[in-house]
Design a protein around this ligand. Structure first.
Ligand SMILES: [Cu+2]
Length: 117
């Protein structure tokens, strides 16, 4: 009887366990001829964000560009220039400061920033 009670308690605990953590997701796109952008699910461009863990879904649509994210806290993630496809980076911990998204082959023309506060 005691064992059964324990078993029920353990099963109830398993059922009550939280689902995998879902973070706010940002969508990065890089595309020919010279587009690089970071948007929210709503479609608005990310210029300011709150600090904390985020998910980045990167759509790299060109074999001649890449998507590189870097900034405070040692964040430094990138797709390969030749790579075409989707990458998910999660979690990425954003800290207060200024982050950069850039195509490494065109750092003067394909570069944007957003601020985290
Ligand atoms: Cu480029």
């Amino acid at each position: 009887m005691r064992f059964r009670a324990l078993l029920v308690a353990v099963l109830a605990g398993l059922l009550a366990a939280p689902a995998a953590q879902a973070y706010t997701t940002f969508y990065g796109t890089v595309n020919a001829p010279s587009l690089i952008v970071l948007k929210r699910a709503s479609g608005t461009v990310v210029r300011n964000a709150s600090r904390g863990n985020k998910t980045f879904v990167i759509r790299d649509r060109s074999a001649s560009h890449n998507f590189h994210l870097y900034g405070p806290g040692g964040v430094n993630r990138r797709t390969g220039v030749a790579f075409v496809g989707r990458r998910t980076w999660s979690p990425v911990l954003l800290r207060i400061g200024r982050y950069t998204i850039v195509c490494d082959r065109h750092p003067l023309t394909m570069v944007k920033h957003f601020n985290v506060s």
